[in-house]
Design a protein around this ligand. Sequence first.
Ligand code: ATP
Ligand code: MG
Length: 407
Amino acid sequence: MFGFLKKKANRSVVYKRQDHCISRKNIDPDALKVLYRLSSMGFTAYLVGGGVRDLLMGRKPKDFDVGTSAKPNELRKIFRNCFLIGRRFRLAQIRFGAKVIETATFRQNSQSVGEIIEHAAEGPQEDNTFGTPETDAYRRDFTVNGLFYDIKDFSVIDWVGGMKDIKNRVIRAIGDPNIRFQEDPVRMMRAVKFSSRLGFTIERKTFAAMKRHHACILSASQPRVCEEVFRLFTYGHSAEAFKLMWRTGMLGDLLPELAAAIDKTGGEKSVEWKYLEVLDELEKIREKEGLEVSNGLRAAVLMTALLKVERKDGASRRVMQTMLTTLKIPKTAYFTAVLLMESRVRLCKPPTKPRSRFIYNRDFLDALDYNRILVRAEGGDERTVNAWADLYDQKGINNECEELVQG
Ligand code: ATP
Ligand code: MG
C-alpha cells in the first residue's frame, strides 16, 4: 500500500576490486593524483569513459577522464593547474605539462562535449546541467563508455550494463538509439569508430536506428563530422569503418559520388576496400613508430575508387572537391591529396633524369606511399615504386656527402 513511498532501488551494479581486472598501475599517475585529491576532500571521484573501457579490455587508454561531484569553481580552487573551458558546461582541464586530465562535474543533460565547446562562444547560460553519477552515466553514448572506476574502493560501478557488453563485445546505445542518434547524429559515427576499432558488433536495435537515421548526419556540425571521418583511419581499421559507413548509408550522405563509385565497382567486393586495407597496414606500422599517416594521404586513398571511375582530365581536383564541399577538409589535406593522385602518372614510370626532381617535393614520401598502396591493392608489380624509393634513399646519401664536403 505504501509501495509508492519506497525509495527507488539503486539500479547500479558494483563490481568489487576482485571482480574486475583494472589495476592502478595501468592508470596514469597524474590521473590518480587528481582522483585521490578529490576523494580526500570528500568529493566523489571516478575514472570515466573510454579509459575505463580500454583498461577493462587490457588496452592502453589514449587519455584518462575524471568525473566528479566537485563543481567547476571548486575544481579551480583545489587545483592550481586547472583551466576551465566552455561556457554552458564548464569542463576543467587539469594540466601536467603537456598532459591534460579532463575533469567534468557529473551532468544530467545529453549534450556532448563537442557541442559544449561549440556553444562556448554564445556566452554564459543558466547552469542547471549538473547531475548525479546516475544521470551522468545515462547521458553517455554507449554502454561500454558508461562505466565508472571508483577510486574510493577500486570498484567498477555499472548503471548501464556496460560490463556485460564489453564481455560480449557489443556496441549498444544507452537509452533509445532512435532518440540518442537524432539528438546528436555524430554518435552514429562514433558507433562505427568503436565497432571497427574494437572489433565489436553493433547491437541490432542500435544498428537499425543507424540505418533509419543515417541522413541526420548532414545536420551535424561539419567540423565534428570531418574530425570523426579522419578518426576512422586511426589504429588501422578504416576498411571495416568505411564499409560500415557505406552499409548504414552515412557514406552516401556525406560523399554520394564515392558511394556510387563503390556500388559501381562491386559494392561489398569493390576495390575500395582493398585500397583501405593496404592503407590500414601502413597506419599500423606508423602507429608502432609513434607517427601518423597524413590526412592528405588518407583522403587520397579514400577517394581513389571514385578517381578510377571518373578517368577524365582534371578528375583529381573534381574528386577531391567533393571532400572539400561536404566535409570541409583542411585545404592542406586537399592540395596534398590532389598532388598524390596526380603523381600516379609520374611514378608509374621508372625514374629518369627530368622526372627525378620530384623526389625533392615536400610530399614525395606520401606520393611514394600512395603509389605503393595502389599497386599493392591492384596486385601489380612494385619494382617501379621501389626504384623511386631507391632514388630517394640515394638522395639522402648524396646530401650527407655534400654536408661532409661542405663541413
Ligand atoms: P577514445 O579512445 O577515442 O578517446 P572515448 O570513449 O574516450 O574514446 P571521447 O571522445 O574521448 O571517447 O569521449 C569521452 C567519453 O565522453 C566517452 O567515453 C563517452 O562516455 C562520452 N561522450 C563523448 N562523446 C559523446 C557524445 N557525442 N554523446 C554522449 N557521450 C559522449
Ligand atoms: Mg577519450
